[in-house]
Write a protein of this length. Structure first.
Length: 108
């Protein structure tokens, strides 16, 4: 296992997140530590919201790929359309609010 992990090339250079980030990128993602944590939190937060509120295990990337097939001709496309309809309905009723957390990053 250790040899397999060591054989994966790591990124060397500045953070890929934004052009103005002066920190050193690392790992396979190429992000610096704060930006890696931010992207990880963003992906998993939406996965949790979808699982809790909508009862689906699709990720945001799966839904985005499915919505590219607007016709819903594939099983992934039809499931993503159903999830988006439910999501829009839940937002309209007020059960889900889409807002940025104002307390993100603050410690108590």
């Amino acid at each position: 296992m250790r040899r397999a992990r060591q054989s994966i090339p790591t990124y060397e250079g500045l953070c890929k997140w934004a052009a103005g980030c002066p920190k050193e990128g690392r790992g396979r993602s190429g992000y610096c530590r704060p930006h890696y944590q931010q992207s990880w939190h963003r992906q998993n937060m939406w996965r949790t919201v979808f699982a809790r509120q909508l009862g689906t295990d699709l990720s945001v990337d799966d839904i985005q790929r499915g919505l590219e097939e607007v016709a819903g001709s594939t099983p992934l496309g039809s499931q993503a359309l159903v999830v988006m309809r439910v999501l829009v309905g839940q937002v309209a009723v007020g059960h889900i609010t889409l807002a940025k957390n104002p307390w993100h990053g603050q410690r108590s």
